[in-house]
Design a protein around this ligand. Structure first.
Ligand code: URA
Length: 208
């Protein structure tokens, strides 16, 4: 499946603001949530609708509602929490399934330390959120885990993606659609995205 870089002017503007070296924690947090909302709008564009007749102010009226699968949002700890509110703003009744993954800074491999999934996750569309798609190791591990739990449809939303990570993810999970605010240039030798945003978790939590 392809990757979609959402080149909406609001997203271009906001991601530009996030790249400033002197950005405050408050602004970084707010922009993460705002871009997450805009990505959610795009990532849910093709959800199926069904008709329903309800009692309106002037009598029965036919309206539409989202049909089929319900949604679970899957933030990857800790940085994924920085996008959660933005997604919930648009999908307030979604269940949240939390995955704790940490990467070994030497091997860059991901290890799971927490899995708190919605019990009916197999029947839900999973929307994974993580600000940075760098090596792709965490996302591959997260998708492996969700598929083992029975998830059949998974989408990923990230703020910034590196070409190396996109390739890695697509090689392992070609069925998973990726939505991003920006495809950046490359990874540096420490696994950081260039130009990127720096350490998104530290910036969201103010632990720099
Ligand atoms: N994680 C981050 O927070 N930033 C990067 O550039 C890569 C991984």
């Amino acid at each position: 499946m392809p990757i979609l870089e959402i080149r909406h002017p609001l997203i271009r503007h906001k991601i530009g603001l996030m790249r400033r070296a002197d950005i405050s924690t408050k602004n970084f947090r707010e922009l993460s949530q705002e871009i997450a909302s805009l990505l959610t709008y795009e990532a849910t564009k093709d959800l199926m609708l069904e008709n329903e007749v309800i009692e309106g102010w002037a009598g029965p009226v036919s309206v539409e509602r989202i049909a089929g699968k319900k949604i679970t949002i899957v933030p990857i700890l800790r940085a994924g929490i920085g996008m959660l509110e933005g997604v919930l703003n648009l999908i307030p009744s979604a269940k949240v399934s939390v995955l704790g993954l940490e990467r070994n800074e030497e091997t860059l491999q991901a290890r799971s330390y927490l899995e708190k999934l919605a019990p009916d996750i197999h029947a839900r569309l999973a929307l994974i959120i993580d600000p940075m798609l760098a090596t792709g190791n965490s996302l591959v591990a997260a998708i492996d885990l969700l598929k083992q739990a029975g998830c059949k449809e998974i989408r990923v939303m990230v703020l910034v993606a590196a070409p190396e990570g996109i390739q890695h993810l697509q090689a392992h999970h070609p069925d998973v659609m990726i939505y991003t605010a920006s495809i950046d240039e490359c990874l540096n030798e420490k696994g950081y995205i260039i130009p990127g945003l720096g350490d998104a978790g530290d910036k969201i939590f103010g632990t720099i």
